[in-house]
Design a protein around this ligand. Sequence first.
Ligand code: ADP
Ligand code: ZN
Ligand code: ZN
Length: 822
Amino acid sequence: MTEQLFADVILPLPLGDQFTYRVPPAFQVNIKVGVRVIVQFGARKFFSALVYKIHTNRPEGFDIKDIDAILDQEPVITPAQVILWEWMVGYYCCTLGEVYKAALPSALKLESQTKVSFNPNYKMPVDLPGEEEALLLMLQGHGHTNIQSINKFLGKKSALSTLKILLEKNAVLIEEKLEDSFSAKKQPFIFLHPKLANETAISEALNSLKKAKKQLELLEFFLAETIYHTDKKANISKKELLERSGIGEGNLRSLLAKDFLHLQEIEVGRLDFSGDGEQIIFDLNDAQNKALAQLKEQARSGKPVLLHGVTSSGKTEVYIKLIEEQLALGKQILYLVPEIGLTTQLIARLKRAFGDKAGIYHSRFNDSERVEIWFNTLHEKEQSFQIIIGARSAALLPFRNLGLIIVDEEHENSYKQFDPSPRYNARDVAIVLAQIHRAQVILGTATPSFESYFNVKTQKYALVELNERYQNIRLPEMLISDVREATRRKQMKSLLTPHLYEAVETALKQEEQVILFQNRRGFAPYIQCGTCGWIPKCKHCDVSLTYHKHLSALICHYCGHTQSLFGNCDECHSDDIKTRGFGTEKIEEELSILFPEARIARMDMDSTRAKKAYERLIYQFESKQIDILVGTQMVTKGLDFDHVSVVGILNADQLLNYPDFRSFERSYQLITQVSGRAGRKNKQGKVIIQTSQPSHPVLQEVTEHNFTQLFNRQMAERQLFKYPPYYRLVKIVLKHKNKDRLNVAANQMATKLRKLFGFNILGPEYPLVGRIQSWYQKEIWVKLERDQKLPQSKKKIMEEIKALKGQPNNGNLLIYADVDPM
Ligand code: ADP
Ligand code: ZN
Ligand code: ZN
């Protein structure tokens, strides 16, 4: 008789602790740390939980439930991940359940509320076990069904194990949310029609085609390529079928009409890189070779390395060389990018270098692809992706043998997850991940974050610099153009100063391209009554509505609330309504008047919502079908164009005056990054910065490319006022629909925190927008000394949060801590 075993499991819930279940004797042999089990939680809910610890200590004081089933034979996570997760819990004030939720693709974390549907691409075999068949037929009839209803249908306490089998057979799909700005690419695929589910039906079909030779040939070709093939496939893409069989499309249409074949659009990886085309890896130039040698040298020191390389210095080419070496060693490589959707060019470059060895992991890909990459990363397979390119969640994959992590554009704030918890910064997680794996980690950027540069100064990180652009293209000439002066002299051409106007005009004459940057979308940030000063605000948020002219609508950029624009003031009914400020839409309109011949396009969230719109814009700009590209931040992201000679920054004041302690750092980054798009291949480009503060020190530093001066100046201030990187920030956010309740709770919290941490507390204060979607919010900022015992301090903060939340009248209060807020 073996001793009774217990398992502590992680539930995919934001709950703090692990939960202990008894391991029934039948499971004692197979239970392992890292496998998923089905457990009951609460009266009726079932979850797939992860086994975190196995022990023999019977917990006291409550009825202990049994584990209902074991889902996996082998662990689905690695011991290294557990170490990383534990670090995240301590550092980011979150729970293991939250990390579990963030890390695993949804198909691997079933719960009672998970929605399931029949996979229309699945061909039901005749010998399916009764229960599976019954369930599939039910799903076919019902569309989406949640697991709870499935339990009821099967008359089982938990149907999760049946579902798991069906998921493995690819017979069912797990519901997932697709964000609107992104939709996976679909392609037509051809399947055998379900009517031909058995041999008899197939031979009858073939017989019936005796007189239609081409159709017969096509069907036979299809069968040979799919179910008759040694490695059976269910489908073949329409394109491939027609190309390889060499048979006309009309015949395919007939077979589809006869219900012999079946066409279905299915999602394929968004970036379609078939393995053809030869591998392209360039030789490095001297400067790049030197950087490469230094990077390799630093690898031995074990420190993270900051690769500070000016725009267009060829950092990607250096990474490619390092990746090649790791591939040869059989190691895995993680290549992190801020936003997959905005890295089309980079991904294409990596794919050209590494073809099928590189896989893309994206939270908005469909779930079966994510599961595939998950297991691909976990287990060595004959054909697996050794290089994973992905946005932040890729750092949470189950690497087994990681050799190198590249964090591209490390300064980007999209590495930080804002909501929900875990609110982690993937750059920093990558550094810990690399430590766990003893892998090299390289942070690359033309404009380092102050945090990373500070770590170089304090020798936590090593520094490698790449100061010349590839082919010695000169950095752009940077000019500051005074808007106030031009306005006073009545020289403004609409929104452009004479400098910028002339530069654009010249560029157009010489058939060169122009990028204009304004970090505001829409037509005007707000409108105002010229008579009484009334400004329309959002009903749900404390923010003015943005005017979108082509939609004739006022839109809230925080909650999406939209209302149509009437010509009169709500207050005094005057029809003297004026637009204030300007966004990309207005610039586009004004330009079309100033330069009627030019082909103008806009790149922002609004213009790239449609499928493939972003890729289309890039392609059109690359192929010179567009002369002037007007855009938001989107145009600053690592794009590489050959014919851009002028970059204009329409309103630098708006960046500089943004009320945030990082606004100068950000302004420098944004202006430098967008400037980097100018003059890349043939000649020196020109950058014109419009401002009403021409002597602003940050603008001087930007135009002189003097990062060090900006850094030193700002560091002195950060130290004086106790901001990062000298101090650690923890932002406590409180939200409530009732303003008074919010204020009481926020004050209580601040008092508690002041008792604990003295004067290093700011707030409570309303953030820039004090109410969003009817939730009032306040923030308290805690500045923690770096040498203080940080983990303990964070623990104390979490205890206070819990205590406050636990008070009887705080039931509807939302409160959380955001560590290292951005
Ligand atoms: P960065 O990432 O530093 O801004 P990139 O890696 O995008 O720079 O390089 C800029 C451009 O120069 C790209 O088009 C790249 O392909 C090209 N390039 C850089 N180095 C080389 C090289 N050694 N051989 C050929 N092309 C190169
Ligand atoms: Zn009015
Ligand atoms: Zn709103």
